[in-house]
Every structure is written in structure tokens, then in C-alpha cells.
Design a protein. Structure first.
Length: 233
């Protein structure tokens, strides 16, 4: 029967080998667990039916054994009463129940073995199901741990990138400040040098320039004065 083949497949399954054969072990394990649970439900029902049949056979066997015993007692009573005909009938009935009892015993033996086998297999299937669920829990835990580590590394990388960018801007600002400071110092030096050059000029040169400027100024005034006098005349 296919159900027994499936039972054997489940019991013989190596969870670790199964995980190695699939790209997505989580999906495979969940599917396997669903199949196991379905198979366990089926085997549980089959086991219950076998056990119920065994109980019915035992009840029938017990009943026929008691009937055989009762007809044996009646046959003995008939013999004691000297009724051989009744004794023969009672013995015939006794034989019928004994034959039924023997047939029931022959039926009961394989049913008992089947029931024991199913109970053992059912126990093994439940153990395999528990193993699969443990593997799934461990797998999910590992997966979650990996996701957390990945997120942490991504966050750390982003922080490092931000820190790098911030450091780069700070370095640029410091460089700009140094350049501006150097330019200001150069301008100050130029101004100081210009003042020093003015201080080093010959005073006589300054006087000569001033006298020449005054002469030009006086000449212009005299020219304007003469022009006014001519207009007056």
C-alpha cells in the first residue's frame, strides 16, 4: 500500500541530507512537515481502525469460547440425564463455536501484528516530525540571526560612509581656512611693505614736488585773473 511506502520514506528520511538538496531549505522543511502531519493523521486513523478491529475479534473470540464451554456443560448434563440425542446436539454446537474460535484466533494474530507495527511506525513518524520541527526552528533562528547581522553591517557601513563624508567636509573647511589665512597674511605683508617704502622717500624730493605743485597752482590763478581783467576792459 502507498501509505506504508510513504511511512517508510518518512521514517528513513535524513533531514540534514534533505536540507542540502534544496535551494530554499525553509520551504522544503515546511512542505515536509505538512506531509508528515498529513501522513500521521492518516496512520493514526488506520491504527485506530486496526485496534478497533482487534478489540472486536477479541470480543467475538471470548464470546465463542464461552459458548463452546456452555455447550460442553450441556452435553455433560444430557449424558448424565441419559439423553444421548441432546448430548450429540450440544456437542455439535460446541464444535461450531470451537471452529469459530479457531478462525477468530487465526484472524486475530495478523491484526495484532499489524496494530503493533502501526503503533511503532506511528511513534517513529512522530519522532521524525519532532526532529523536522526542531530543524525548522533552528533554521529560522539561523536565518533571523543572519538577517540581523546583515542589517547591522549595512547600518555600520552607512554610518562609516556618513562619518567619512563628514570628515571630508571638515578637512576641506580647514584647508579653505588655512588658504584664506595665508592670503590675509600676504595682504598684510604687502601693506606693511608699502608703508615702509613711503617712509624711506627723500624729504627733499617731497619738498620739490610740493613747490612745483604750488607754482602750477599760482600760474593758473594769474591766468584766470588776467582773463577777468580783459573782460572788464
Amino acid at each position: 500500500m502507498r501509505i506504508f511506502e510513504r511511512i517508510n520514506d518518512i521514517i528513513a528520511a535524513n533531514i540534514h541530507d534533505m536540507l542540502d538538496q534544496f535551494e530554499d531549505p525553509e520551504v522544503m522543511l515546511k512542505q515536509a512537515i505538512r506531509e508528515m502531519e498529513h501522513s500521521i493523521d492518516t496512520v493514526t486513523q488506520d491504527t485506530a481502525r486496526v485496534m478497533a478491529g482487534e478489540k472486536r475479534l477479541i470480543r467475538e473470540l471470548t464470546k465463542n469460547e464461552m459458548e463452546a464451554h456452555n455447550w460442553q456443560q450441556r452435553a455433560m448434563q444430557a449424558v448424565q440425564n441419559g439423553d444421548d440425542q441432546l448430548a450429540r446436539k450440544a456437542l455439535a454446537r460446541k464444535k461450531e463455536h470451537e471452529n469459530l474460535s479457531q478462525a477468530l484466533k487465526e484472524q486475530l494474530e495478523p491484526v495484532k501484528k499489524a496494530g503493533e507495527t502501526l503503533k511503532v511506525q506511528l511513534s517513529a513518524m512522530k519522532a521524525k516530525l519532532a526532529e523536522a520541527k526542531r530543524e525548522l526552528s533552528a533554521l529560522l533562528l539561523r536565518k533571523r540571526s543572519a538577517e540581523i547581522r546583515k542589517q547591522s553591517r549595512t547600518s555600520l557601513s552607512c554610518q562609516q560612509t556618513k562619518a567619512f563624508n563628514a570628515n571630508a567636509f571638515r578637512k576641506f573647511d580647514r584647508l579653505r581656512e588655512k588658504v584664506e589665512e595665508a592670503e590675509a597674511e600676504a595682504d598684510a605683508m604687502d601693506e606693511l611693505n608699502a608703508m615702509a617704502d613711503m617712509t624711506m622717500l627723500d624729504p627733499r624730493d617731497t619738498f620739490a614736488k610740493d613747490s612745483l605743485a604750488e607754482g602750477v597752482h599760482s600760474l593758473e590763478i594769474e591766468e584766470e585773473l588776467n582773463a577777468l581783467k580783459q573782460k572788464k576792459d
